[in-house]
Design a binder for this molecule. Structure first.
Ligand SMILES: [Zn+2]
Length: 121
């Protein structure tokens, strides 16, 4: 099995720590702009629509950032348990080439493709 080398492991851990920091500040930032629109504010009908649209986009961003942050945190916990780099479904090793661009991944390519094509696992 092609498990990660210690150097690759360290590199991915640093990537995850960095990602965690970035996502944490992104989540905090978007939480600010996702605050409810103040309907008492004297703004025109159109700009109120804009404000609500912006708010919805900010909320969607916040969701995807915090979902990714969850996955990053799960991956870091998996590292601590010594389970990182192994597919959560089939227990196959996940290659470094897949983890490098997406270090929070804990599913191998074939399991992900199975999941995306809608076949139950
Ligand atoms: Zn798998």
């Amino acid at each position: 099995m092609a498990f990660l080398t210690p150097a690759q492991f360290v590199e991915l851990r640093l990537d995850l720590e960095k990602l965690k920091g970035e996502l944490t500040s992104l989540v905090e930032l978007t939480a600010e702009s996702a605050k409810p629109v103040d309907l008492e504010e004297p703004i025109g009908r159109l700009s109120r629509m804009d404000a609500m649209q912006n708010q919805q986009m900010a909320q969607a961003n916040e969701r995807s950032h915090s979902e990714r942050l969850d996955r990053v945190q799960n991956a870091l916990e998996a590292m601590d348990r010594g389970e990182y780099g192994t597919c959560g479904f089939c227990r196959e090793a996940i290659p470094f080439e897949r983890l490098k661009p997406l270090p929070e991944t804990q599913i191998c390519v074939s399991c992900q493709e199975r999941g995306e094509s809608g076949v139950s696992r």
